[in-house]
Design a protein around this ligand. Structure first.
Ligand SMILES: Cc1cc2nc3c(=O)[nH]c(=O)nc-3n(C[C@H](O)[C@H](O)[C@H](O)COP(=O)(O)OP(=O)(O)OC[C@H]3O[C@@H](n4cnc5c(N)ncnc54)[C@H](O)[C@@H]3O)c2cc1C
Length: 237
């Protein structure tokens, strides 16, 4: 079957699991495709009729390439949102429309030591990237991940497993509202940037999350003298 770039296909929900309060990990497949081709960091656009409107929203792919036509998303339910509550109402087997993967929020080549900064569901593209690239001889990757509560450390077990497996992977979660038992980093990601960068100027930096964090961190990095080319970012809003 001939498929034009950008043409719409279906995305069928296979299953979902709640991974934090109000956050779900979704497994979809694209039944009309044999393989979903994408680069880690790219997003799909899902669309459907909600009430009388057709609504489209972008979602970063959270899984690594190579799972045939299956892919995974990590979604926050925005309570008064137009589309995310609709996706949370889907049951296994339900279908929405999808525009195949797009986006330039991908890893620069050649790979070099990198800092990945995420807040909330901004972790999704980094899960894809890390699953795809971490191996014995990969460069150093530091994941600085900010959330409010410990229960919102999405995919924590997976990242902790990556730390055990790959000595060059550093996982730095930080909480803005830590419980009494939390002994790790606290405060916003901005507070830990300088330590994560460690005086280096020869690294790439990737930012993903809502606009206030991304804009603020870009400003800080600019002040530190980082070149625009060294910084890639994806804003969710
Ligand atoms: C390239 C790209 C990739 C994206 N990837 C993801 C993803 O992997 N997971 C994901 O949950 N969202 C992602 N988003 C956001 C997503 O497209 C929607 O904006 C989000 O689901 C809200 O849509 P809505 O129609 O429910 O809310 P709307 O009615 O559009 O309301 C928008 C409000 O929701 C807020 N908002 C948007 N995204 C989030 C979020 N993730 N968490 C909290 N508040 C949010 C905005 O600040 C705004 O106030 C991505 C956006 C872009 C542009």
């Amino acid at each position: 079957m001939r498929r034009l770039k950008g043409s719409r296909v279906q995305a069928k929900l296979i299953e979902w699991v709640e991974i934090a309060p109000g956050v779900r990990h979704f497994v979809f497949e694209a039944p009309q495709l044999e393989r979903l081709e994408f680069a880690p960091g790219q997003f799909v656009s899902l669309s459907d009729s909600v009430g009388s409107k057709n609504i489209t929203r972008a979602y970063s792919i959270a899984s690594q390439p190579g799972n045939g036509n299956r892919f995974e998303l990590c979604l926050n339910r925005v309570d008064d949102g137009a589309f995310s509550p609709h996706l949370f109402d889907l049951s296994a087997g339900d279908v929405v429309n999808m525009q195949p993967p797009l986006g330039t929020f991908t890893l620069r080549q050649p790979l070099r030591d990198s800092l990945l900064v995420a807040t909330g569901t901004g972790i999704a593209p980094f899960r894809s990237m890390l699953k795809a690239v971490l191996q014995a001889d990969s460069p150093v990757f530091t994941l600085l991940f900010g959330v409010r509560h410990e229960s919102h450390l999405l995919y924590r077990d997976e990242f902790e497993q990556m730390v055990r497996e790959f000595p060059q992977f550093r996982f730095w979660p930080t909480l803005t509202q830590p419980g009494p038992d939390w002994t790790g980093r606290t405060g916003r990601v901005q507070m830990h940037l300088a330590e994560a960068i460690g005086g280096r100027s020869d690294i790439d930096i990737y930012l993903c999350g809502l606009q206030p964090m991304v804009d603020d961190v870009r400003q800080i990095l600019k002040g530190m003298g980082f070149d625009r080319k060294q910084i890639r970012y994806e804003k969710y809003d």
